[in-house]
Design a protein around this ligand. Structure first.
Ligand code: AMP
Length: 120
């Protein structure tokens, strides 16, 4: 599958569509989900053009992979929901059966309330 440069997150990265930004660095952009499933629902997307986690882990540099992963902890600390506070859930949908709608790598961060045992 080829990366679709017209997916909604690519447009957000290019500044063609606005987002409610939480955090940004050289490797990631994080913003509030437009349709929150929990009190706190944030997305973290890669700046690089990767379709999903498998594509990312196959083709991204070690630095991109480390920075993407580490950004989660940075963001949850910023939001005061880290493991030493109330905690949170990270969720990544991949492909058809995973229910991925936007074909640009992203993690969901859910928190602000008890999430429960099963993912929504
Ligand atoms: P997924 O199903 O894992 O691909 O998740 C895509 C997520 O992107 C959904 O939770 C949507 O609510 C969210 N979403 C779609 N468009 C936007 C947008 N313009 N701004 C913020 N979140 C969005």
């Amino acid at each position: 599958m080829k990366y679709d440069k017209n997916n909604i997150f690519a447009k957000i990265l290019r500044g063609e569509i606005p987002c409610n930004k939480v955090y940004e660095n050289e490797y990631v952009l994080s913003f509030y989900d437009i349709n929150p499933q929990k009190k706190l629902h944030i997305l973290v997307i890669s700046k690089g053009e990767y379709i999903d986690l498998d594509h990312f882990n196959s083709e991204a540099s070690e630095k991109e992979i480390v920075e993407f992963n580490k950004s989660i902890t940075h963001i949850v600390k910023m939001l005061k929901i880290s493991s030493s506070e109330d905690g949170y859930r990270v969720l990544t949908n991949i492909g058809l059966n995973g229910g991925q709608e936007v074909p640009h790598l992203h993690h969901h961060i859910l928190g602000g309330e008890e999430i429960g045992k099963i993912v929504v």
